[in-house]
Ligand binder design. Structure first.
Ligand code: MRU
Length: 359
């Protein structure tokens, strides 16, 4: 199965073909388009951990297929051994990254599907796992499209949209979350421009967002993170849309480090600040942002650029990959079911308690 990339301009983030998982290596972009077949569960774990596949929804889908990759060679096991291995392999994959809830969400769904057919022989349970991963994959594409349909009206002719990190097609298996309204507005012929923050330290904004928007023909301007407030002060930004890795029940949300600064600047300049949030990223079991685990990554990501040192040796470093933005800085969450406004806790429950969605 090959994912639909926006307007056929982009390689697919991932694909499940001939019982194998193929991943686009995002650390090689924009210089090279490299797709590899992953060779085992450790490989899938490493690809997620090293951000070769990244972005909350893409991680969720990759992990679902990753569990199929893990269980494929174990189909000759006894039913009991297969089931116990399944739980262990899911827990191993879940440990690859802590912040994006999509990872544990999709693995829980995979385990629940296997549990429903636990009495069947491992060969049949394996088929159930593949079918469930394909379902999660197809749903991810639909969630992106739903976000686009609800968010597109926010983009008006002449509008300047700022985004941070990459919540684009590359971060999902569809048209992205933050980029979904952008791609739809572009497809409708609305004239507007996008400012993409480069997103230190790993440059997902310049390597990935600028890359994919430019390839799709969107008018995109790359800025460094420290330029965002200045660009806003010049009246060039009318709207901010970012993605998210986990949204707590009260609307506090985690996203790529630097998002909080953008939200504060947007509030100062009176610019609407929206978060594109598929229900697969909504974590109603986490009460507020202080309960979200923030991934700390290695020092060299901050002290080196393209393998070259940019800081003194042995300098003390902090490298949290995400920050938490408090809900009162958020104008609304663009979900596949509609735009959720304050009070978020009540409105999330109302919108998502009636079944459906990915919750
Ligand atoms: O560390 P990354 O590149 O996985 O971080 C990605 C982000 O922060 C995205 O904004 C988020 O996952 C939303 S993707 C639709």
């Amino acid at each position: 199965m090959v994912s639909p990339a926006p307007f056929d301009a982009l390689p697919a983030t991932l694909a499940w073909q001939q019982e194998g998982l193929y991943l686009l290596d995002q650390t090689r972009l924009p210089q090279a388009i490299v797709v590899e077949r992953v060779s085992g569960v450790e490989d899938v774990w490493r690809w997620i951990h090293e951000l070769r596949v990244r972005g909350a929804p893409a991680i969720g889908v990759a992990a679902a297929y990753g569990l199929c990759v893990a269980m494929q060679p174990l189909r000759h096991f006894s039913t009991q051994d297969f089931q116990s291995q399944l739980v262990q392999q899911a827990s191993f994959l879940d440990s690859a990254r802590p912040t994006a809830v999509n990872l544990s969400w999709s693995l829980k769904r995979m385990l629940a599907a296997a549990q429903r057919s636990a009495t069947q022989d491992p060969e049949a349970v394996y088929e159930v796992l593949v079918a469930q991963a394909m379902k999660i994959h197809a749903e991810d594409q639909a969630l992106c499209a739903g976000i686009g349909a609800h968010g597109v009206s926010l983009i008006t002719p002449g509008c300047g949209v700022l985004t941070h990190c990459n919540a684009g097609a590359l971060a999902t298996t569809g048209i992205g979350t933050a980029t979904a309204p952008i791609y739809m507005a572009h497809q409708q012929g609305i004239p507007f421009r996008v400012f993409a923050d480069e997103t230190r330290p790993l440059l997902q904004g310049s390597r990935l967002t600028a890359f994919e928007l430019q390839r799709a023909g969107v008018d995109v301007t790359l800025i460094t993170d420290s330029m965002a407030a200045s660009i806003m002060s010049q009246g060039l930004v009318n709207l901010v849309i970012v993605g998210t890795d986990r949204v707590a029940a009260n609307g506090d949300f985690a996203n790529k480090i630097g998002t909080l600064s953008v939200a504060i600047a947007a509030r100062y300049f009176g610019i609407p600040f929206y978060v594109a949030c598929p229900s697969s990223t909504l974590d109603l079991l986490t009460a507020n942002g202080s309960d979200i685990v923030i991934e700390e990554r290695q020092d060299h990501e901050v002290t080196h650029l393209a393998g070259q040192p940019t800081a003194p040796a042995d300098i003390k470093v902090r490298n949290p990959a995400f920050d938490v933005t408090p809900h009162d800085l958020v104008t609304g969450f663009i979900t596949e079911r509609g735009i959720v406004e304050q009070p978020f806790d009540q409105n999330f429950t109302t919108l998502f308690s009636s079944g459906g969605g990915a919750l």
